[in-house]
Design a protein around this ligand. Structure first.
Ligand code: NAD
Length: 267
């Protein structure tokens, strides 16, 4: 694998040591982008950066901490000269417990990482993009931010907040040449979802039945849409929250969306 040229586009991806963030790093690297992979787990981010080829870096930060975020952005700009693309991907689950059993601590932590994190990192990166007169920010929303899912209060509120932050920042920062968009994935095969399945809080068969395309997504299927939104191919797209959910939020039938109980012809 060759070193990306110093004129290559550059990207900072938060929470990039695993799952969707790592897939985004791989897809952008394949497109010749120099990538800074952030994570709270620096060792995992280092391994992830090394695995996608030379010229990429790992940067430590807890995105919910303002001092960490400032240091991370400084380190990335020092290494790459500028940041063309920011992907706010870092996130956690909220424990998947019913609201009456949810603790304020977990509620606040979920919001702090998703919402405060996207706010802080966007705010730290935007002045540099504004100076260049161009930039692209892509946030990770979720179907959970669009429709009500019981026992996902904190996560859903966080993702709905991210969708609205996407629209507000898109309107506010268009004048600086910065586009701000989000993807709203359905259920993706990552360790976050594997944890929900392993602890019996999610049944994959039910997800398949509820999804018109009849399956969960692979991380690369989300990453390719993020890469599109980050690119000049999407030069007239801003403020969009793009569903990447196999039709999950489009479906409103009172029967299964796919599988043997989805035969709407006989209903
Ligand atoms: N997996 C899904 O089905 C799904 C669906 C919709 C949206 N999403 C969103 O996609 C994003 C990635 O999810 P994933 O499934 O790949 O999760 P994951 O757990 O596989 O990866 C998340 C990464 O974020 C890192 N991280 C956690 N807290 C952090 C912090 N404070 N600062 C920096 N890094 C931090 C973790 O160490 C991890 O490497 C999240 O925002 C998630 O909410 C996931």
């Amino acid at each position: 694998m060759s070193h990306p040229p110093s004129t290559a586009r550059t990207a900072l991806i938060t929470g990039a040591a695993n799952g969707i963030g790592f897939a985004i790093a791989r897809v952008l690297a394949e497109q010749g982008v120099r990538v800074a992979l952030n994570d709270v787990d620096l060792e995992a981010a280092r391994q992830a950066a090394a695995s996608i080829g030379p010229g990429h870096i790992a940067v430590l930060a807890d995105v919910s901490k303002e001092e960490d975020v400032g240091a991370m952005v400084d380190e990335t700009v020092k290494a790459f000269g500028r940041i063309d693309i920011l992907v706010n991907n870092a996130g956690i689950g909220d424990g998947g417990v019913a609201t009456l059993s949810q603790s304020l601590e977990r509620f606040e932590k979920t919001l702090a990482i998703h919402v405060n994190g996207a706010f802080l990192v966007s705010k730290a990166v935007a002045p540099g993009m504004a100076e260049l007169g161009r930039g692209s920010i892509v946030n990770l929303g979720s179907v959970a931010g669009q429709i009500g899912i019981p026992a996902r209060t904190a996560y859903s509120v966080a993702k709905a907040g991210i969708a609205m932050m996407t629209r507000v920042l898109a309107c506010e920062w268009a004048r600086y040449g910065i586009r701000v968009n989000a993807v709203a994935p359905g259920y993706v095969h990552t360790r976050l979802v594997a944890g929900l399945i392993a602890t019996g809080r999610l049944e994959e068969g039910r997800i398949r039945a509820r999804t018109p395309l009849g399956r969960m997504a692979e991380p690369e299927e989300i990453a390719r849409v993020v890469a599109f939104l980050a690119s000049d191919e999407a030069s007239y797209v801003t403020g969009a929250v793009v569903p990447v959910d196999g039709g999950y939020t489009a479906f409103g039938g009172a029967f299964d969306a796919s599988g043997e109980n989805s035969d709407y012809d006989r209903l």
